[in-house]
Ligand binder design. Structure first.
Ligand code: GBH
Length: 465
């Protein structure tokens, strides 16, 4: 039996654009993701989030599913354009009401809300009229929006996450261009990342000065990182793996723990990497009460010898190739998920230990981990997703091992509560522990949901293999 510490938090996560639907209802305006998904060819089957899981209308039923699981915490995100349709002006009371109702519903079942303020759905007007994340002023718009959320929800919400995965916004949105706003640039990702970090720091400053003393909540940021295992024990491959991790995670977390970007990035990028003012550095250092981590997979990293070239702005490079010069591959022995992401639980443990060592053992929450498989209902209406159960067993066991090794891991949120709009993959990839029939919108607990319920009940589980 693998047993977790007494106060360990078991949760599940979703995000606004992926589940809410009601895209043009309740006073909401479009975000960059509505616009992106409605451009033909940007998503699988041209899928979009107009209806999604219709969570906006079915939130009570969804909270009931969470209660049936015994979930301790639920992580969801707020759609900025539901709160401020144009991203800067008046507050939309219907938007406030929706999230307020959701929070009350969660609390009535004893489920703790964890709110992410930004999970990629920037109000479209801020992008078209103000250049979105490329504009330094966005930090002030974001801080104002965050302030509105603290005002209206902070009496009941004590767990805040400013941003979800800035790496994805910067690299997949502005380099590979596969996510909104679909740009392909070599310099913009670094500017966007810089402004996201500045916006994070400003929002945290507001919370700490105006709200935290009375509301007594915690605030932080969630970053994503896949593990990079050296391809060989040659020093240049070991360096390449380390460099890849610094370009991936250190890019966003070094500023928060040390006040500046990793040295390897400053050396390699020179003037292309924006600089923080002294004041910004001060605001950034210590601006996360916890280390939020989303983790999915692992790849092998090798140094790219001079002469070897790989195209820059493509998905799967792990960033901008010309800057990092790291070649990524998968071990052919590794099993993969429906996303073709390798399943390597040991990578999860190693990443947690890397964070422990680099950032002086911060409290960590895994705010996302999970997998897509080609789930289907059988003739009895059951979804027997044993491969997902094995995935979760492997990764949660790796988390446990990391705790044994001194990592201050405090909680785990499975991605996702239910199948949903998987961005560029539309509805073709299913990450949920609940199955969603997109015709009837009916939800069905998969076998993994039953497994997770037992895990929560026992605060641990028995390894099946
Ligand atoms: C998360 O991002 C998002 O927060 C969430 O909205 C989304 O639905 C969920 O994941 C599932 O996709 O090329 O083999 O190294 C995940 C970020 C970045 C994780 C790219 C996997 C590539 C794996 N992803 N990474 S690999």
């Amino acid at each position: 039996m693998i047993q977790f510490p007494k106060d360990f938090i078991w949760g599940s996560a979703t995000s606004s654009y992926q589940i809410e639907g009601a895209a043009m209802e309740g006073g909401r305006a479009w975000s960059i993701w509505d616009a992106h998904a409605h451009i033909p060819g940007r998503t699988a089957n041209n899928d979009h989030g107009d209806v999604a899981c219709d969570h906006y209308h079915r939130y009570k039923e969804d909270v009931k599913l969470m209660a049936d699981l015994g979930l301790k915490a639920y992580r969801f995100s707020i759609s900025w354009s539901r709160i401020q349709p144009d991203g800067q002006g008046a507050v939309n009371p219907e938007g406030i009401q929706f999230y307020s109702n959701l929070i009350d519903e969660l609390l009535s079942y004893g489920i703790t809300p964890w709110i992410t303020l930004y999970h990629w759905d920037l109000p479209l007007a801020l992008h078209t009229e103000k250049d979105g994340w490329l504009n330094p002023e966005i930090a002030d718009y974001f801080a104002k929006y965050a302030d509105i959320c603290f005002t209206h929800f902070g009496d009941r919400v004590h767990h805040w996450i400013t941003h979800n995965e800035p790496w994805v916004v910067a690299i997949l949105g502005y380099s590979a261009g596969v996510f909104a706003p679909g740009r392909k640039s070599e310099d913009e990702p670094y500017i966007v990342a810089h402004n996201i970090l500045r916006s994070h720091a400003k929002a945290v400053q507001r919370y700490r000065e105006k709200y935290q003393p009375a509301q007594e909540g915690t605030i932080g940021i969630t970053n994503n990182c896949d593990w990079r295992e050296p391809l060989s024990d040659k020093p240049e491959d070991i360096d390449a793996a380390q460099r890849a991790l610094e370009f991936f995670l250190g890019w966003f977390t070094d500023p928060i723990y040390f006040g500046d970007y990793p040295a390897v990035m400053r050396e390699r990028l020179g003037d292309r990497l924006p600089q923080f003012s002294e004041e910004e550095k001060k605001l950034l250092i210590g601006s996360s009460d916890f280390f939020g981590l989303n983790h999915y997979s692992t790849l092998l990293a090798a140094d790219a010898p001079s002469g070897v070239e790989v195209e820059n702005n493509v998905y799967g490079n792990g960033g901008i190739f010309a800057d990092q010069r790291v070649l990524l591959t998968a071990d052919p022995e590794w099993k993969t998920t429906a996303m073709r992401w390798p399943i390597v639980p040991l990578g999860c443990q190693k990443l947690l230990e890397w964070i422990r060592d680099r950032y002086d053992n911060p409290p960590i929450y895994i705010t996302e981990n999970g997998c897509a498989f080609d789930d289907a209902k059988d003739e009895n209406g059951e979804v027997r997703d044993t491969d997902r159960i094995h995935f979760l067993e492997g990764y949660i066991d790796a988390c446990h091992q990391a705790i044994e090794n001194g990592v201050a891991l405090k909680g785990y949120f499975v991605w996702s509560l239910m199948d949903n709009f998987e961005w560029a993959q539309g509805y073709s990839k299913r990450f949920g522990i609940h199955y969603v029939d997109y015709e009837s919108l009916e939800r069905t607990p998969k076998h993994s949901a039953h497994w997770y319920r037992k895990l929560i009940e026992n605060n641990g589980f028995k390894l099946s293999q």
